[in-house]
Structure formats: C-alpha cells, structure tokens
Design a protein around this ligand. Structure first.
Ligand SMILES: Nc1ncnc2c1ncn2[C@@H]1O[C@H](COP(=O)(O)OP(=O)(O)OP(=O)(O)O)[C@@H](O)[C@H]1O
Ligand SMILES: [Mg+2]
Length: 416
C-alpha cells in the first residue's frame, strides 16, 4: 500500500512554502507517520493543507482549470498565495511499499495570458537501483504539455542542472528504446492522468492509482441520513450519503468483519447494541439502530450525529480494501471527548493498511498521539504558514517520555 513520506506546497493560499514530512533531499527528516495530526490556531492553514491534497486529487481527476474552480475554491487567482506571481507548486514524495524506492512527483500550475490555469511543468523521479545518495533521475519531464517519458523501469541518462528546457535538450540527444517524446492534447490535464493509463508506464500507473484512491472526508451527518436506493456499495462516498449501502455490502459480503465493527461501536456508544438495515416499501434503505433501553429501533434519521459519525469512520477504516490515504478534518466535531482517544487509537491501528491525516483542535485527540505524529501549523512573521513537528522540541519530547500526555502539554501552552 502506498504511503506519502512528505510534501512541499508552494504558493497555495496561506501555504507559501511549507514542507511537511520528508523529501528526497531531506534525508535526515523522518517520513510522515501512518497517523499524522496537524494542530494550530484558527486561520493558520489546516484546512488549506487538507485542501491541498484535495486539490491535487481534483487536478488528476478534472484537470487543473476545473480543479481551481471546484469545491468553492474560486479559481486560480484566489488560491495562489496573495502577492505571489509564481506558479502553484507541489512536490510529493511517496513510496509504493517498503521494498520500492521512493518516487517524487512535482507539479507546477501557472496561469496563461488569458488568465487560465495550465500545467507549466510536471516531473517524476526516482533514484536508480542501488543509488543511495544524490539527485534522483527523472522518468517523466513535461513542460507546457510537451516532454519526454521513460518506459518501464528506465530513467533519464543524466540528471543535469540548469533550466528544465536545457535538461530536455540534453536528454534529447540520448537515444534509447525506452525513451519516448510525448505531447498532450490539453495543457490543462496532467501528464500522469494520460500516461498513467498506459501499461508501458507501470510507475506512473501506480502513482496515478494511489492518488485516485485518496479519500478526503467531507462527512456530513445530515447527508448520511438520506434514504439511498437499496443496493450494496463497496466504498463510502466522501459525504457519507451511501452509508446504508455500505452497511448492506458489509452485511452480505463480510458478515464476520461487520459483526466486529458493530461490536466495537456498541462498546463505545452507550446503548446501541445492534445495527442493521431494513428496506422501505419503495425499495429504499433504512439504517436501523437498536437501542437497549427502547423496544422499537431508531432509524438513521433519528440517531445522534456523533453515533452516525463514529459509525461512518469505523466503517471506513474497516473497509476490506481501504483507501491508501484518508484525510479527515476535525473528526472531533460531534464526538464525546472520551471517544477521541479511542478514535485516534483506532485510526493508528489500521496502519499500515491506511495512512490517516487529521486536523484537530482537540487536546483529547492529541493525548493519544506521540510528538512525531503531531505537527503544529502557525503563522510566520510574513503572515504565511510555517509548520514544525512537535518532536523537534526536546522539552516536549522529554515531557512526553516522562508520561505527560501530549494534549495536556498543548493545553499548557508547551506546543504554541
Ligand atoms: N490566496 C491566499 N493567500 C494568502 N492567504 C490566504 C489565501 N487564501 C486564504 N488565505 C488565508 O488563509 C487562512 C485560512 O486558512 P485555513 O482556512 O486553512 O485555516 P485553518 O487553520 O483551517 O483555520 P480554522 O481552525 O479556523 O479552521 C486565512 O487566514 C486566510 O486569510
Ligand atoms: Mg479549518
């Protein structure tokens, strides 16, 4: 299962230049942990970081122009850091599994003369087999929709310095059967979206599939209360509106695992001792919660927000083929504070199958975390975001080693 080791975000809203985790040229930094939490005051950029991942996934799916407008982002000019004339840039370091060498994906988005966003450059690189140090070698270099790609496991023969175009020319002089010139029909689409669909480019396909599999939760209890048409569905949608369909899928296809989830939920939510589905006369699905204290069951429409939410998260984590990466903003909303440590543990226990990134304002959630899992966003002197890892502070590390929970240190202003 793929893992994100780190990401650099440049010129994306308040994230003018933020490095979160490990990149190819920061060997001493530890990669992001399977469970990572980001904390920080209002307006420091937590939602922006969450949305940076969403934006990347949307760029792949929709192309960059549509992605800039999607989800109320308001277009390229609104999302580029104020005052900046440079492209929006991402550099993401990911590892397919522990046996493969990390791959770095770089993407730059700029606006053209008619102020429409386009992909100004895109690159994939990886160290060669046996190469421990130095620059990784490219296997995709694209500029303004044109570039070179190397098939299979091949790389560029040189990793030259200088401008991107110079590199292209230099590499253009080398002839190899694995090298191909590529030109995209549409400069607003990502090269990996097109090339990642081809068998000749297995590394691009695996990266494309990885990003396509990300799950960014926009769970809204009220949407989950809707009455979907009956029919089993494998995965929970981002808004959770097919919760009942996933329940039906789990009930039919994974009855034992489903029983385990219900067991865990009933241990956590007082009163609930059974959850199943029922069908309305017009073929809609009803999610039925049996409460110990009451004779008649409750339906999703009547059950509390927190119960529904916890249920949805556990169901998501227990997905038999879970997303490789799950982002959740403020999972604490609507949950009883004593459930938060449990939720944090539950999320961590599902690693290494799924990497989880959360943003939170809740010390009880952070109590369950270690300093290397916790990142603090703050506003730098220039008004833009800066990020650091709680474990970078030796005082915090030693206090946690002495047994003080991290959330209480945060509460006591040791993390601010
Ligand atoms: N294009 C931009 N350039 C610079 N800053 C921006 C841009 N767009 C938004 N911002 C700033 O980014 C900040 C919003 O950050 P964000 O919503 O990510 O904060 P947050 O940490 O999620 O806060 P909260 O805890 O309140 O949810 C605001 O201070 C806003 O002024
Ligand atoms: Mg926010």
């Amino acid at each position: 299962m793929g893992k994100i080791e780190g990401i650099r975000v440049k010129n994306y809203r308040v994230l003018k230049n933020v490095v979160f985790g490990k990149l190819w040229n920061t060997q001493k930094v530890a990669p992001l942990t399977p469970l990572t939490a980001v904390i920080g005051k209002n307006g420091v950029g937590k939602s922006s970081l969450f949305d940076a991942f969403g934006f990347l996934a949307d760029c792949l799916k929709l192309g960059v122009e549509e992605a800039c407008d999607a989800r109320g982002r308001g277009g390229f000019q609104r999302i580029r850091s104020q005052g900046s004339k440079e492209p929006i840039e991402f550099e993401i370091c990911y590892r397919q599994d522990s046996r493969t060498r990390p791959i770095t994906y770089e993407l730059a988005i700029d606006s053209d003369n008619s102020r429409r966003p386009y992909v100004s450059s895109e690159r994939l690189r990886q160290r060669r087999r046996g190469q421990r140090y130095g620059r990784p070698f490219s296997f995709l270099i694209m500029e303004d929709g044109k570039g070179v790609a190397w098939k299979g496991d091949a790389h560029a023969p040189v990793e030259a310095s200088g401008s991107e175009l110079d590199k292209l020319r230099e590499i253009g002089s080398e002839e190899s059967a694995d090298r191909e010139e590529v030109e995209l029909e549409d400069k607003r689409r990502l090269g990996i979206a097109t090339l990642g669909a081809l068998k000749q480019h297995p590394r691009m396909s695996s990266f494309r599939n990885f990003v396509e599999g990300w799950y960014l939760s926009y769970f809204a209890p009220n949407t989950a209360r809707g009455l979907p048409l009956a029919g089993p569905q494998r995965h929970l949608s981002v808004h959770g509106d097919n919760l009942g369909n996933v329940v039906q899928f789990m009930e039919r296809r994974h009855p034992r695992r489903f029983k385990g989830i219900l067991q865990r939920i009933s241990e956590r939510v007082p009163g609930i001792h059974n959850i199943d589905t029922d069908r309305s006369p017009d073929g809609r699905l009803l999610l039925r919660f049996n409460d110990k204290g009451f004779q008649d069951p409750f339906y999703a429409q009547q059950v509390s927000d927190g119960t529904l939410k916890l249920f949805a998260y556990l169901l998501l984590l227990e997905d038999p083929s879970p997303p490789p990466f799950i982002c959740v903003e403020e999972p604490e909303n609507g949950l009883y504070h004593k459930l938060l440590e449990t939720l944090a543990r539950e999320m961590r226990d599902h690693a290494p199958k799924t990497q989880v990134l959360v943003t939170t304002h809740q010390p009880y959630f952070v109590d369950a975390l270690s300093p290397n899992e916790t990142w603090i966003l703050e506003k730098g002197a220039d008004g833009f975001a800066a990020i650091r890892r709680a474990s970078d502070d030796p005082i915090v590390e030693s206090m946690v080693n002495e047994g003080l929970p991290l959330g209480s240190l945060w509460y006591g202003d040791y993390l601010d």
